[in-house]
Design a protein around this ligand. Sequence first.
Ligand code: C2E
Ligand code: MG
Ligand code: MG
Ligand code: MG
Length: 292
Amino acid sequence: EAKDHGGDRYFIYHGDMFQRVAHRVMMEGEVKQALAKGQFSLSLQPQLVAKTNKVHGFEALLRWQHPERGMVSPDDFIPLLENSEHMISLGYWVIRRCFELYKGMRDIGLSDVIIAINLSAAQFTDVNLQSYLEALLKEFDLAAENFELELTEHTLVKDIDKAIVTMDALRLLGFSFAIDDFGTGYSSLAYLKRMPVDVIKIDKSFVVGMLENHADFQIIMSTIAMVKNLGLTVIAEGVETKAQLRTLTENDCDLIQGYYFSKPIPEAGLFDFIGREIVDGNWKVFANSNTI
Ligand code: C2E
Ligand code: MG
Ligand code: MG
Ligand code: MG
């Protein structure tokens, strides 16, 4: 269903309305087929504790190997599929795959980490989300504490009261929540106060120029201070240089994610990668890994 809600949608293509709708309908059909044909996979990007370089967990990032178009970026199809039933199916595929990967990691001796899963707005508001998650916890015999659910401000502001109810219920099960792309959406500090969240992710758009741009630097420092004062955990994404890492660490940023430590690791090579990087049960520094 190519439903259109006018103002609350955003489009990445600048063609006319007909082209946009046509493109979206085409994408929906292709996603359905791609799911059946196994063209989706996940890549996992490590999140490290800034002060110790221990691995805290991994963010699961969706990858679509399209037969003609090659690797399609999630930014090029996920926004188009919002509110589509296929995005919900795809989202459930992602969650199940994360459980499978977690079980695989546990089987090779790694169990003290989290996998962070991105949830689309459609998926977060889907009535079956909780029962689906509960069924997976039983099926895989895993704890909800092993998983963090990432939501964007865009998703949260749609219906704050309902979002809080959903989050409270899932947190009772043991899941934790991160606000992704923090500072880029329509958010206010009042909503931050009300949201039952655990982690704030500073968006990479602030990190990229943080050492050259005074405003970005101040925004990051203030965000870290605020998040810590609220008793929450703060993570910076898009950390690419040692200088950024050092500045963030010195200023009490808890967790680091970015190319400096590792690009997202394709799931096919994940267990090898983990096997190589564990020495005597401890994590080695991930610095300058060459995976894509
Ligand atoms: P995000 O959740 O904010 O994920 C972080 C993005 O930053 C990822 O892009 C990651 O590859 C990229 N990144 C990480 N470190 C660096 C760095 O040091 N430098 C640069 N330049 N980029 C870095 P990716 O994988 O292309 O994903 C884009 C977006 O697509 C994600 O942004 C997320 O919003 C969405 N997405 C990805 N997978 C899923 C999924 O399974 N479900 C949903 N609903 N959305 C997803
Ligand atoms: Mg994310
Ligand atoms: Mg993010
Ligand atoms: Mg981001």
